[in-house]
Design a protein. Structure first.
Length: 182
């Protein structure tokens, strides 16, 4: 019998100063049984960084043919494809054929080696790749709660996150592509 996902309900007051995008997000996030808390929180942060109308979480780990997040146009075409982690070269190529806006957010201790191996192959593809600071991601994971609220303020290459459990700042570097702006 398959384990059921754990559901998180998070209200987020989002302020993206770079894009002039301000929103109140009421997210319901399903954490897959095999997903660690750090990955789930990176998915939430990636959602905030890329927030736009029709942005949605997909079935993620449960469906290998879908990204972690996407935004679709009214005609059901994928407008933004967002993956979290270290996808394979085949997956990256597939995503770049399906969508003009492909973004990858890597975040763990394997990211440096993953990028070193894939960089020569990915360089020619229209894909943006960002790397979060692992220590900051661990601090972000400490703010996770099943039902709660937080504020996320994005400016330059970092996000300041505050909740009832504390606060942290998560920075990132652009490995390939333009600096973040949706």
């Amino acid at each position: 019998m398959a384990l059921k996902p754990t559901i998180y309900k998070i209200n987020i007051a989002l302020s993206d100063m770079d894009r002039g995008y301000y929103d109140s997000l009421n997210l319901i996030v399903a954490r897959h049984a095999s997903e660690n808390i750090e990955r789930m929180m990176v998915r939430i942060l990636a959602f905030c960084i890329n927030a736009q109308p029709r942005m949605a979480f997909t079935r993620g780990l449960s469906s290998p043919d879908e990204p972690d997040l996407w935004a679709k146009a009214l005609d059901d075409q994928i407008v933004s494809w967002i993956d979290v982690g270290e996808p394979s070269l085949q997956r990256i190529k597939k995503a770049s054929r399906m969508c003009n806006d492909v973004r990858i957010y890597c975040f763990n201790t394997r990211s440096v080696q993953w990028w070193k191996e894939l960089e020569p192959e990915v360089r020619g593809l229209p894909v943006a790749v960002y790397q979060f600071e692992w220590q900051s991601v661990c601090a972000l994971a400490g703010l996770a709660e099943r039902t709660g609220s937080m504020s996320v303020s994005i400016s330059d290459d970092s996000a300041f996150i505050a909740s009832d459990l504390g606060e942290c700042e998560v920075g990132w570097v652009t490995l390939q592509g333009a600096p973040l702006s949706v």
